[in-house]
Design a protein around this ligand. Structure first.
Ligand code: APR
Ligand code: PHB
Length: 408
């Protein structure tokens, strides 16, 4: 099998890249180790920056997002039983974010790819990238019980944090920057309308909590009608900071609601509505960057090159930035013969990646309670939150980071 761009992984990075290349008239093949149902069910974050929304629209993948996504103009910070709303458009010259789950983005891109794009092979596991430093790199993969070779001009590793692509970069040329956190998130989906119409990020002495939401599943409501559905028909997506290595099953439903209630408590009598929990899982927290993001004709994009803790909701948005940068660089190369933008790929992406790493780290350390936190550090956290609540400059910094750093 031969193609111009071999793409490993059908997460948001790989799928969007295939679409961008298709629209630019460049052929590609996507290899995905899992089956379609698995990829479409995987629960991930759900906040799209304005730049991500614009890109999805521009590639023709924005139709359902425009109908079902919810524009959010702010978030609430909650600490010491107080509430502070951060107004994004007022602080950023009109920017906002859209709540639309990553799984839905993937479903939309898969449907488009299968209808109009090049091959997208499920249950096709990449085993290794070969010849990355030559003009004809290839991907060895296993599909339908056979081992095959995908010969390419370029390979893009969009294979997430446990992928094989980055292993093809010699260790002596690689630097890894990493931080693990001694806690994770217990995430639940619950069949109850969200108790607030915007996301709530809560800092509490017992640990962090987050209130988010998802549109109702379309099987209950034909998607045409979703845009007109009131927020009361949405379901709740909630998270609790839990110790690293926690098993989701250790937590009973009642215990989860009790803990959420404590951490979201306010002095003004705000109430958290409870409902049946339909899904429960634990996500570990990690910051990770591998540099450089390119070796010869192998390029890394998305989680394959960098991971952020979910507190800033940046993972998907960073992946989008990488593949837009790659598609732009390759198109430029094909149109002008110049590899200038491809050569600058790693540096261009890393500038934005490190800003998102910084933002995600700041949000994480602002809101989570480390198991060994001292009273001094507790006070500092509260002082940082007070500063955001009382200084327009500090609040603007948060709003700019949350709504996203520019792609250029
Ligand atoms: N061969 C083929 N596919 C693979 C292989 C392999 N050897 N290893 C992993 N994959 C697939 C995974 O099954 C997954 O579908 O690569 C895909 C990687 O997708 P994601 O993990 O979603 O990563 P990415 O596309 O970079 O998306 C960015 O944003 O919200 C964050 O971490 C979250 O996934 C999210 C990320
Ligand atoms: C989510 O809705 O899943 C979500 C929202 C915001 C985050 C992380 C996850 O920071």
């Amino acid at each position: 099998m031969r193609t111009t761009v071999g793409i490993i992984g059908a997460g948001p990075a790989g799928l969007l890249l295939a679409r961008l290349l298709h629209n630019a008239g460049i052929d590609s093949v996507v290899l995905e180790s899992r089956d379609r149902a698995y990829v479409e069910q995987r629960q991930r974050a759900g906040i799209l920056e304005q730049g991500t929304v614009d890109v999805l629209r521009a590639v023709g993948a924005g139709e359902r997002m425009d109908r079902e996504g919810l524009r959010h103009d702010g978030i609430e910070l909650r600490y010491a039983k107080k509430r502070h709303r951060v107004d994004f458009p007022a602080l950023t010259g009109g920017r906002s974010v859209t709540v639309y789950a990553q799984t839905e983005v993937c479903k939309d891109l898969i449907a488009l790819q299968l209808k109009e794009g090049g091959p997208l092979l499920f249950e096709a596991e990449a085993l290794a990238v070969e010849g990355a430093d030559t003009d004809s790199p290839s991907v060895r993969f296993r599909h339908e019980g056979r081992e095959e070779l995908l010969e390419c001009d370029y390979v893009v590793g969009c294979d997430g944090s446990w992928g094989v692509a980055r292993k093809a970069i010699p260790a002596e040329l690689t630097r890894v920057f990493e931080r693990t956190y001694p806690f994770g998130w217990l995430g639940i989906l619950a069949d109850v309308p969200p108790s607030h119409d915007e996301l709530v990020y809560a800092r509490h002495d017992r640990g962090f909590a987050l209130l988010s939401m998802r549109p109702p599943v379309s099987r209950h409501h034909p998607s045409k009608e979703v845009a007109s559905l009131p927020i009361e028909s949405f379901v709740s997506r909630l998270y609790l900071q839990v110790p690293e290595g926690t098993d989701a099953e250790e937590w009973g439903d009642q215990e989860i609601w009790d803990e959420l209630e404590r951490r979201f408590e306010t002095e003004d009598g705000w109430r958290l509505e409870r409902g049946p929990i339909t899904q429960k899982s634990v996500t570990p927290m990690r910051s990770y960057v591998q540099e450089p993001m390119r070796y010869g004709r192998l390029f890394l994009a998305g989680d394959a090159a960098h991971i952020v803790p979910p507190t800033g909701a940046k993972g998907l948005n960073l992946a989008v930035g990488d593949v837009v940068t790659f598609a732009r660089a390759l198109t430029y190369q094909q149109e002008t013969g110049s590899a200038e933008l491809l050569d600058a790929y790693s540096e261009t992406c890393l500038r934005r990646v490190w800003q998102a790493e910084r933002f995600s780290y700041d949000m994480t350390t602002l809101l989570h309670r480390a198991p060994d936190a001292t009273p001094f550090e507790d006070r500092l956290q509260l002082a940082r939150l007070e500063r955001i609540a009382s200084s327009r400059a500090a609040e603007t910094d948060l709003a700019e980071g949350y709504t996203g750093f520019p792609l250029d």
